[in-house]
Ligand binder design. Structure first.
Ligand code: ASP
Length: 455
């Protein structure tokens, strides 16, 4: 049994949905299908989820949002007409959206979850209806009926363990099941969404729950590539990689997957395959537990911008018991999480995601570090990018860090920080944001330019 998940661009129009139906019906093992909301039809288009966010926000602000509502309904009208479905389905979608807009709560997060989730929910209903109109045995299954129980944390759902046992029972159902991605239900019956991009998470959870033989993730690229094709011209395709490699690359800016998505599949050892809806015959990228590392110790390069570091210097910091804890406590008190802490004897840096900072928070943090920790110096450094070299074979291979830093130095790129994760699956370089594309290209040249495929 396979679980197939289709992303937004695979479902953005009637034509795309027809391709999806061909894919589903071409393999009888594709029994469970998880769908996103309709995505962009072109670069200038807007995803339905973004239209829904505008709708929900307008409603919260003004108490009405007819224009925004009309934009969402129009998207579904175009799709359902293209699929020759009866007009009544558009009325049903409109009724559904109006009742969500009337949802009473003092919690804006809960209200927004209701609105956002309708993108996936209505799309799943449309696709099930279309399959039925073709005489195919298919049913829409709501995450509530499937027992996809999650924590009651709006916009940031976490799966509850018991959900897996409920999902396993889906195996007994006949026909093709269409499940909307992106949300589950709390034990109290409240709808809760995952973070953005969360349909990947649903797919992975469902695949783990039913103990699928394969989780297929259909998107709009032929495979995962060793570097971002927008930065490197025709990067080499990855045929095989491990879960940990994919997770590290997703974390550092690979847009293929939500970075939390692989964990449920990984825990149950379900192989994952990334495939292209527009070119389903190509084999795609397989993501598995182990691969042969010797030929390709490094599998990819990713980069992300928007980091800051707090640099702290204090003589004999290394001997001071509890220094690190107290430093992190100050950051915790501001509700900020951190990414890396490279340290020396007399100094340390804490790398943070810049979006969590405000001028007030920065001032308070520096004041407290100087006063409470009696530091010699402390300041923020802004505008950093992290370039990550990822590969499970790195820890057995001598000289990778040297080659990477030489590649950067040959282009005159200054390295602000190097962090080799304890697991040695990744090597992160902190550099200035302006250098990021040049850094990716120089490392790509060093590690991948002679390769035809990575496996
Ligand atoms: N539609 C949601 C989003 O755009 C979830 C998803 O597509 O994965 O974030």
């Amino acid at each position: 049994m396979k679980v197939a998940k289709f992303g937004g661009s695979s479902l953005a129009s009637a034509e795309q949905i027809k391709k999806v139906v061909d894919i589903i019906t071409s393999d009888t093992d594709r029994r469970i299908v998880v769908v996103s909301a309709p995505g962009k039809r072109s670069d200038e288009d807007t995803k339905v989820t973004d239209l829904l966010i505008r709708l929900g926000e307008a409603q919260l602000k003004n108490g009405h949002a007819e224009e925004e509502l009309a934009a969402v309904i129009e998207r579904y009208r175009t799709i359902t007409q293209g699929l020759s479905l009866n007009e009544d389905i558009v009325n049903t979608i409109e009724d559904d959206l109006r009742s969500r807009l009337a949802y009473q709560t003092s919690n804006d997060g809960q209200f927004m979850d209701q609105i956002k989730a309708s993108g996936e929910d209505n799309n799943a209903k449309v696709i099930a209806r279309y399959l039925q109109s073709l005489g195919i045995n298919a049913d829409y299954v709501s995450p509530e009926e499937a027992g996809l129980f999650v924590s009651d944390t709006p916009g940031n759902a976490q799966i509850l363990d018991e959900a897996y046992d409920h999902l396993y029972k889906l195996r007994e159902r006949k026909g093709i099941l269409i499940i909307p991605g992106f949300f589950g239900f709390s034990k109290e019956g409240r709808l809760v969404t995952f973070p953005r991009g969360g349909s990947d998470i649903t797919g992975s959870i469902v695949a783990a729950g039913i103990k699928a033989d394969l989780y297929e993730n259909f998107t709009d690229v032929d495979s995962v590539y060793a570097a971002n094709p927008k930065v490197v011209d025709k990067p080499v395709a990855i045929k095989r990689m491990t879960y940990r490699e994919m997770r590290e690359l997703s974390y550092a800016g690979f847009a293929v997957f939500h970075d939390e998505a692989l964990i449920p599949a990984f825990r149950k050892s379900i192989p994952v395959c990334v495939k292209n809806t527009n070119n389903p015959k190509t084999s795609g990228t397989m993501i598995i537990s182990k691969r042969e590392y010797s030929l390709n110790p490094v599998i990819g390069i990713a980069a992300d911008k928007g980091f800051s570091s707090i640099y702290v210097r204090k003589y004999l910091m290394n001997r001071e018991v509890g220094f690190g804890r107290r430093l992190l406590q100050i950051i915790e008190d501001e509700g900020i999480s951190y990414e890396h802490i490279p340290s020396g004897i007399d100094d340390t840096s804490v790398i943070l995601d810049e979006s969590q900072l405000t001028p007030d928070k920065e001032e308070r943090i520096i004041d407290r570090i100087m006063q409470e920790l009696d530091a010699d110096d402390a300041y923020f450094e802004k505008g950093l990018a992290m370039v990550m070299l990822v590969g499970e074979g790195m820890h057995e291979t001598v000289g990778i860090a040297a080659r990477a830093s030489t590649a950067l130095s040959e282009k005159g790129i200054n390295i602000e920080m190097i962090n080799q994760g304890s697991s040695e699956v990744s090597l992160a370089f902190g550099i200035k944001e302006k250098d990021v594309n040049e850094a990716i290209r120089s490392m790509y040249e060093e590690f991948f330019s002679t390769k035809e495929v990575l496996q």
